[in-house]
Design a protein around this ligand. Structure first.
Ligand code: ADP
Ligand code: ZN
Length: 437
């Protein structure tokens, strides 16, 4: 493996013991910084009876209190700001997928380290200054556009700051300027693939060779679908506004879990109910501590994303710990007739059964009974089938989903182009039960 696949080889391939020492050194300083500058967190530490003097290294991390999304909402907008506002150069905000927005602040140092993380992700796909990076994540309050944009600059690639939407223009610039790396949400990548095909383009007609897709959960089936329709290798990228944005973790050519940029972001997995720290390899809620951010230094922030960490050796040569694909956050999980259901499980079945990833899950409660309706769009080819064939297909799909979930859904196969496409994060679930409470 040649070194040009690393942006910061000394960090990305650092021996684990040395990384832990670096994390410890940073953590000690960071705890002091937040204790001295964020009264809300200081009070939390005081209540737990812990002071910065009790923190000597990462082995003491478990002594610190957690921060939750509710804390951030409570302290909206500036309660967690740890430097004078005059030292900040930017804000971003969550997309508000699950409630009130959170505003995160950045100093120039914070922007730099975040962009470095995105540059690591781009170089892990083999990115160089020869590449043309089409950034089709939204620009603005959302972190997607700004993060990959900054990373692309750091690598020295030609950056196309497209932002999301305007599919016609995306395709025109992709073709005319020979974009080689596409960055957007996986649902928009799937849509671009579909749109190219409709316009008569074959996968080999574009110059794309890699895609960096994240900001929402997506399945391996969806990955293969996108890779085929665009003729690329698709890499996952993970992040959240509270911690910085995309690039908290990124995938290498192995496509087997994302390397966490753990020189900046220290990861733990906890049991979401007991808050107990779980050993490596166990599934639980992902928790992050920012080790060297200045303006908005989250400590033990509970992401609500459910996943698994592994230190298994990776053939790319990176020693950074890996996180498995989070298959949704704990608050995406639906409880239907007492059964836990993640939308990603349904997506897996749909794609396995040969359907496109255009679907909508509707949950309701009628006469005290939960109902599960799944609307799945047919492709033009599938749509030409007879009513009899379609009814049979609905039955067979409902059966396959029942095998996966253990509950019976009502499946509705609908005409092509009847389910709204997403340019950013896809909305796949309508839980009408909430409306009745
Ligand atoms: P919001 O919480 O409003 O959606 P963000 O844009 O900060 O705001 O979203 C961060 C969340 O997006 C993460 O906590 C995670 O649930 C999800 N996410 C981001 N990247 C990925 C990814 N690669 N795979 C699965 N989920 C992801
Ligand atoms: Zn790797």
């Amino acid at each position: 493996m040649s070194n040009n696949r690393y942006y910061q080889p000394e960090i990305e391939t650092m021996p684990v013991e040395q990384m832990k020492a670096l994390q410890s050194e940073k953590l000690v300083k960071q705890v002091r910084h937040i204790y001295d500058n964020v009264p809300y967190y200081r009070a939390k530490m005081d209540r737990k009876g812990v002071t910065p003097d009790d923190i000597h290294g990462i082995e003491d991390l478990h002594k610190l209190p957690f921060i939750t999304k509710d804390d951030l909402r409570d302290q909206y907008p500036t309660g967690f700001l740890a430097v004078p506002q005059s030292e900040c150069v930017r804000i971003h905000s969550t997309s508000g997928t699950t409630g009130r927005r959170v505003v995160a602040f950045y100093t120039q140092h914070d922007v730099d380290l975040w962009e470095d993380c995105c540059a690591r992700s781009i170089m892990a796909t083999g990115g160089t200054e020869e590449d043309v990076v089409q950034v089709a994540y939204g620009y603005g309050l959302f972190t997607g556009g700004a993060g990959l944009h900054g990373g692309s600059h750091k690598v020295g690639s030609l950056t196309l700051p497209m932002s999301s939407g305007n599919t016609e223009r995306q395709i025109q610039f992709m073709m005319d300027l020979g974009a080689t790396i596409l960055c957007c949400t996986p649902s928009y990548a799937a849509y671009l693939g579909e749109s190219l095909k409709e316009r008569g383009y074959k996968p080999e007609d574009n110059k794309l060779r890699a895609g960096i897709f994240g900001a929402e959960p997506w399945t391996e089936e969806m990955r293969r679908d996108i890779e085929k329709s665009l003729g690329i290798k698709a890499y996952d990228i993970y992040g959240l506004t509270e911690i910085s944005g995309p690039g908290v973790a990124f995938e290498c050519e192995e496509q087997h879990g994302m390397h966490i940029n753990e020189d900046h972001f220290l990861a733990e997995i906890i049991d979401p109910d007991t808050e107990e720290v779980l050993p490596e390899g166990e599934k639980g809620e992902l928790v992050f501590t920012c080790l060297d951010k200045e303006a908005f230094p989250m400590m033990r922030y509970r992401t609500r994303d459910i996943c698994v960490l592994t230190r298994e050796k990776c053939s790319c040569g990176r020693t950074l710990i890996r996180m498995k694909k989070p298959m949704g956050r704990s608050d995406d999980m639906l409880i239907i007739r007492g059964v836990n259901v993640f939308p990603s499980q349904i997506e897996t079945v749909l794609l396995q059964e040969g359907y496109a990833p255009n679907y909508l899950i509707e949950v309701d409660r009628i006469n005290n009974n939960d109902t599960l309706d799944i609307y799945v769009e047919l492709t033009e080819d599938q749509f030409s089938d007879t009513v009899k064939a379609i009814t049979a297909a609905e039955k067979s799909l409902a059966n396959a989903i029942k095998v996966m979930l253990g509950i019976n859904p009502a499946v509705h196969l609908v005409a092509p182009k009847t389910i709204a496409r997403s340019e950013g994060k896809a909305v796949r679930v309508k839980d009408k039960r909430k409306l009745h409470d």
